[in-house]
Design a protein around this ligand. Structure first.
Ligand code: BGC
Length: 395
């Protein structure tokens, strides 16, 4: 063979070898794509009608589902999470939030904010009023003389505009609502957006965003009542709760913070080590008496450090573990003390005393009137943005 022929032969051989390696790689890349494609089909959002409100506004229900099988149903009325399934230690998915099966039931008087978005101001504002730059704003007194959870028609009772965003591994529902200037007594047109995102780690992110055209106050939160046993006839007192907080806010007789931040050490409010909700709830304690149980705001540790673990809840029997992460400075633990067996359960029967608990990440209650609390003021040109994540696993 001549040198020329030999080099042609060698080049051709090398060429073939390279081509076949490339083909192999492409094939490999192809096989890599397949699971992603498969996953795409497993993360889904479906939409169905959920009836109409008493003022004839149609309400939709969106079902977010991930590849593991977690399903979260959210309705456009109040951005309410109506059901949310989570696995137990045997992999069995069950609904773990209190709620109803019809819009009519959510509109019954006195429904205690089951699963709803809360705004403009989560929790209480003393004497239903506050001042900004010398102007006094009067709000509805819908909790004795105080204002609670945004007023008579708060964000939990309005119909939000929804859009869906689906990626290979996440399902998001984007809810928007324009709260008009002076709605429920609050100044400023508030453009609000809440994005619920479910991923394949059984994690739900809730991202709250807002802008205003006038100086105002804002404190948005989510009001799901959890019962990790999946059996809503069982009280939640056996759930082991931890709260990453060295202090809590003692309240007066009308549940308004006194302004003091009290050290939790040697009080029933110490949840730094996980303990059952029922362990100290009946202890003779003035604060527990005022709340009829736990209905208090804890001042979280590591403020201004972004998103960190705020609290957890564990149900020993089923192994379900919920971890709540947030960038908010505080969290309200409410043990369903006002549930009294009058509201109908999705599972039949009624919702009895303490069959659900809430972990509401937020700023401190009554902040607009308490100058030493972190500010809840939103100015025009600023963006309100805060994130809370609910992560489920088993232990
Ligand atoms: C409050 C309770 C109130 C409940 C209404 C909670 O966030 O802390 O005092 O009764 O919401 O459902």
């Amino acid at each position: 063979m001549s040198t020329l022929k030999r080099s042609f032969y060698v080049v051709t051989l090398v060429g073939f070898a390279l081509l076949s390696i490339q083909c192999k790689n492409e094939k490999k890349a192809d096989t890599n794509i397949t699971p992603v494609e498969e996953m795409k089909n497993l993360v889904t959002i479906t939409k169905e009608p959920f009836g109409t409100t008493t003022d004839s506004i149609p309400v939709d229900k969106f079902i977010l589902k991930n590849e593991k099988g977690m399903e979260i149903s959210i309705i456009t009325y109040g951005g309410i999470i109506t059901s949310w399934t989570a696995p137990d230690k045997n992999g069995e998915y069950k609904d773990i939030v209190l709620g109803f099966d019809s819009i009519h039931k959510y509109q019954m008087p006195g429904v205690p904010y089951f699963g709803a978005l809360i705004g403009r101001f989560g929790n209480r504002i003393a004497n239903a009023k506050f001042s900004l730059d010398g102007t006094e704003y009067k709000l509805a007194a819908n909790d004795g003389k105080n204002h609670l959870h945004g007023g008579v028609k708060g964000f939990d009772k309005v119909v939000w505009t929804a859009s869906e965003v689906l990626t290979d591994s996440t399902a998001s529902l984007v809810l928007t609502y324009l709260s008009k200037d002076m709605e429920e007594g609050y100044p400023g047109n508030l453009e609000t957006k809440v994005t619920y995102t479910l991923n394949n780690d059984n994690n739900l992110d809730v991202v709250y965003e807002a802008t205003t055209d006038k100086k105002t106050v804002i404190n948005l939160t989510q009001h799901s009542y959890f019962n990790l046993s999946g059996d809503f006839s069982k009280p939640i007192l056996d759930h082991e709760i931890s709260i990453n907080a060295d202090g809590f806010l003692p309240v007066d007789a009308t549940l308004i913070p006194t302004g003091e931040i009290k050290d939790v050490t040697n009080t029933p409010f110490d949840f730094r080590q996980a303990k059952a909700l029922g362990k100290d709830i009946e202890v003779k304690d003035e604060q527990l008496k005022r709340g009829l149980g736990y209905d208090h705001c804890w001042v979280l540790n590591n403020q201004n450090q972004g998103i960190r673990l705020a609290a957890s809840a564990y149900n020993v029997e089923t192994g379900r573990l919920l971890e709540v992460f947030s960038d908010e400075p505080a969290i309200q633990l409410y043990t369903g003390n006002f549930l009294d067996g009058t509201l109908p359960s999705k599972q039949g029967g009624t919702y009895a005393h303490r069959t659900g608990f809430c972990l509401e990440t937020q700023h401190y209650p009554d902040s607009p009137n308490q100058k030493d609390f972190p500010s809840v003021v939103l100015n025009p040109g600023e963006k309100y943005m805060t994130t809370t994540s609910f992560k489920f696993s088993v232990k």
